[in-house]
Design a protein around this ligand. Structure first.
Ligand code: MTE
Ligand code: HPA
Ligand code: MOS
Length: 819
């Protein structure tokens, strides 16, 4: 709001001229949150810099004139052996300053983040198309790329190609896994199946997803005067990059400083997979003594880095006459690519979410981690949760068709409820009433049942265009499932002019984390947000940090920042009590920070000291004005040996209603309307949270509809740029898009100001669009069956499903002699 003054006079004038004109009726042009309506609704801390182009990303950082540019030589084959690599030939090419391969690494050569398995360069075995064979550093990026191309064309790398495995189901059948299979079980699932009124079963393929962050993988590394480096990187996990760079160089961690000001999007793709480029750049920087840049061209980025895991899921569930699940089994197979990366935790999270919001009863859930010859798949918003939820959402639609009820009715019957409140992994689901209320509110506000009737009537009259409607819920577990990651630190400085600087372990990727942390500090210290400045995330300010992931950034770092503020406040209160108010008998316990003042006492005896004065006199009295904070999430635990525990501190909830219309002769479809109600507890910043809900939904919708990854038979990714890989664009926004935050339900757990994490959960609201597509298609079979619809549900897949269903139902009607 106030930050608007920061734009230049010209743009302010242009803005004024257009006021009222640029607003159209489309959802993006409207004011999401009217300024002033909610005191916590603040602009993103960098909003003005984002839109005026003054926010620096890695490529904007100035480097010395002699900085080097790196290009990577990538494997052209998916599987084989590197039998010969003659790097000397490359060293003499024009503009080339250094060439590095496996044998040039002084320290560790395996940079696997959690488990080994990721060589920094190929030594011998090649595991996917795009794996890095070697790197060339040159005076310009063009010279580096030309040298790489010339070198590969001259055959300096000799490869003995072998057959590649690209099919995760076949890999699972052969027992080719990157990590062992894990099972979660509650009760006697076989008995539940045997005694159920109906058994419903199906299989599905759920596709992967390219992160498509706008800023690709990039870093800039400066050598320091001793053995170390300073690494500027677009990165969700600075501490892990620090560790890996130090290990690759064979130097102590304290010689490596990693700095992240912001990312142009991460979405999970920079949790582990930003590190290799930093390691390579650090290697070159140390060898040459020159600042070194790595910036992956988009097609390289898409080929080299892993994606959301594609999954093959199967379920077999026993239900009663009402469609209520009694028990059964679910199997998920994650396609992990060639190495473990984070796949153990990702497939676990798929398993933890294969119930979504429904009680599975007596169930067994099995998760396999299949190895294939593709890039190593990695974290992506939802972290396996979305792929796991898809299996039970498919089952809900299938059960509804089997028993002839509306899918929403069946979903509601299966929600966690009193008596059926424990998940298959042993965690009690709190706030079950909240989900029920949320869904009921949304049912009403979206006019679900009136629209359902209208759609059924419409479809009966419309042979080609079919409309579909669906409401799908989300229950998403909040906490890292690796317990030790649920910790955070913060560093608070107050300077003698009263200005405040906060630093914490989280990174900013557009999600508004820094804004929220500034708000926490301002609130604790009773200051205006503008008085609090946040600085770049740095491993030398707050050490040993967790990745900014699992939606936990604000939960963890907000608590750590608050802890630092509370400690500093206590010290200032002690000081004020001792030195300023001792003779006045003012109660130490009642001291507080309010509107830029320390306030003591009440009514007549109230005393106020302005913040600036307080800070000055504390300094003169030699009181420290700096503090660090720490937080570790309580209560959580999970015993992987028995597959039981309480892995999540709490759950975040939400629901979406989507309406689609499908042209069943071409498969083309349109999302007509979307209504969302989402639970963020007591929001830290409603404006930012609504942005997260809208963005998450659209990204989830893209995953399930238009974003299709294609590999050729040789395992080469052929959808390697925006021309062939389609993320949602402006035109894909639903023309009616109502997004609201649930009100009046603070977090039942003691999270930061009773808020809830918001980053990932709304992603899974996109499932409403997929379910609505199945609903539209089911009308072709008189709603007796919902067709299998693998994802992404491209027009091609929708058309094939429509044709298959139509041919079967039309011939069945002919046989019965129907008109
Ligand atoms: N929002 C934006 N604009 N850009 C991003 O890269 N990443 C998502 C989500 N929202 C992302 C985003 C993912 S995958 C996660 S885990 C969370 O933000 C991480 O941030 P948080 O923990 O601070 O919510
Ligand atoms: N979510 C996201 N990232 C992670 C997790 C998780 O549960 N565990 C380890 N990295
Ligand atoms: Mo998000 S996938 O946990 O970075």
């Amino acid at each position: 709001m106030d930050a608007v003054d920061d734009v230049s006079a010209d743009s302010a004038a242009a803005r004024e001229e257009l006021r009222g004109e640029i607003k159209g009726s489309s959802p993006l042009a409207r004011d999401t949150v009217t300024p002033g309506t909610h005191p916590n609704s603040r602009f993103h801390e960098s909003a003005i810099k984002h839109v005026t182009g003054r926010a620096s990303y890695i490529d904007d950082l100035k480097a010395p004139a002699d900085a080097l540019h790196v290009a990577l030589a990538l494997s052209p084959v998916a599987h084989g052996r590197l039998t010969q690599l003659d790097l000397d030939k490359v060293r003499s090419m024009p503009g080339v300053v250094d060439v590095v391969g496996f044998h040039d690494v002084p320290g560790h050569t395996d940079i696997g983040p959690v488990f080994p398995g990721d060589p920094i360069f190929v030594e011998d075995e090649i595991s996917y198309v795009g794996q890095v064979l070697f790197a060339v550093a040159a005076e310009s990026h063009r010279a580096a790329r030309e040298a790489v191309n010339a070198a590969l064309a001259q055959g300096i790398a000799e490869i003995d190609e072998q057959p590649a495995c690209l099919d995760p189901v076949a890999a699972a059948e052969r027992g080719e896994f990157v990590r062992p299979t894990h099972v979660q079980q509650s009760g006697d699932w076989e008995q539940a199946l045997a005694s159920a009124a109906h058994v419903v079963e199906a299989e599905q393929f759920v596709g992967g997803q390219e992160h498509f962050y706008l800023e690709g993988q990039a870093c800039l590394v400066q050598p320091t005067e001793d053995e170390g480096v300073i690494v500027h990187t677009s990165n969700q996990h600075p501490s892990e990059t620090q560790k890996l760079v130090a290990e690759v160089l064979g130097i102590p961690f304290h010689a490596v400083t990693v700095e992240v000001r912001r990312m142009g999007g991460g979405f999970g793709g920079k949790e582990t997979q930003a590190s290799p480029w930093a390691c390579i750049a650090a290697l070159v920087a140390r060898r040459t003594g020159r600042t070194t840049r790595v910036r992956l061209p988009r097609a390289d980025d898409m080929r080299v880095t892993g994606k959301r895991h594609p999954f093959h899921n199967r379920y077999r569930l026993g239900v009663d006459e009402q469609g209520v699940i009694q028990g059964g089994e679910i199997t998920v197979i994650g396609d992990c690519g060639y190495s473990p990366d984070l796949s153990d935790a990702i497939v676990d999270r798929a398993m933890f979410h294969s119930d979504n919001a429904y009680s599975l009863g007596e169930a067994r859930v099995t998760g396999h981690r299949a190895r294939t010859h593709t890039a190593s798949n990695t974290a992506f918003r939802g972290f396996g949760g979305p792929q796991g939820m898809m299996v039970i959402e498919a089952a809900m639609d299938d059960i509804a068709r089997r028993i002839g009820e509306d899918p929403l009715t069946v979903r509601k019957r299966n929600f966690y409820r009193p008596g059926r409140q424990t998940t298959h992994y042993g965690q009690q689901v709190d706030q079950i009433k909240l989900l029920r209320e949320l869904v009921e509110q949304l049912e009403t506000s979206s006019e679900y049942w009136a629209r359902r009737r209208a759609i059924t009537e419409f479809n009966a009259e419309s042979p080609i265009i079919k409309r579909g409607l669906a409401l799908t819920p989300v229950k998403f577990g909040i906490s890292f499932t690796a317990k030790h990651l649920n910790q955070a630190g913060a560093l608070l400085h107050v300077y003698t002019d009263g200005s405040v600087m906060i630093n914490h372990g989280g990174t900013e990727m557009g999600q508004g984390l820094h804004t929220k942390i500034c708000q926490v500090v301002a609130r604790e210290l009773g200051l205006d947000v503008d008085e609090v400045r946040i600085t770049a995330t740095r491993t030398d300010k707050v050490p040993n940090t967790s990745p900014t992931a699992a939606s936990s950034g604000a939960d963890l770092n907000g608590q750590a920042a608050r802890d630092a503020c509370v400690k500093l406040k206590q010290r200032l209160f002690d000081f004020a009590h001792e030195h300023l108010y001792k003779d006045q008998g003012l109660d130490r316990e009642e001291m507080r920070m309010e509107a830029g003042h320390l306030v003591a006492g009440h009514g007549e005896s109230e005393r106020r000291i302005p913040w600036g004065e307080l800070v000055q006199s504390a300094y003169l009295n030699r009181i420290s004005l700096s503090e660090k904070g720490f937080y570790a999430t309580p209560l959580i635990h999970y015993d992987r040996n028995v597959g039981q525990g309480r892995p999540f501190y709490y759950y975040a909830f939400g629901a979406a209603v989507a309406e689609v219309s499908v042209d069943t002769l071409s498969g083309e479809y349109q999302v007509e309307r979307v209504d969302i109600l989402h639970d963020v507890g007591d929001s830290l910043n409603p404006a930012i949270d609504i942005g997260q809900v809208e963005g998450g939904f659209i990204q989830g919708m893209g995953w399930l509809t238009s974003e299709e990854l294609k590999w050729n038979e040789a395992g080469r990714l052929i959808s390697d740029g925006p021309a062939t890989y389609k993320i949602p664009t402006y035109g894909d926004l639903p023309p009616v898009f109502n997004v609201k935050l649930m009100e009046g339900h603070p977090n039942s757990m003691a999270s930061i100001y009773r808020s809830k994490a918001v980053g990932e959960p709304p992603f899974m609201l996109g499932m409403a669009v997929w379910s609505a597509l199945r609903d539209a298609l089911a009308s072709l079979a008189d709603y007796a069956e919902a067709p299998r619809l693998d994802t992404p549900a491209t027009p091609e897949r929708v058309l094939l499903a429509a044709e298959e269903l139509r041919s079967r139902y039309d011939s069945a009607q002919l046989e019965r002699g129907a008109p």
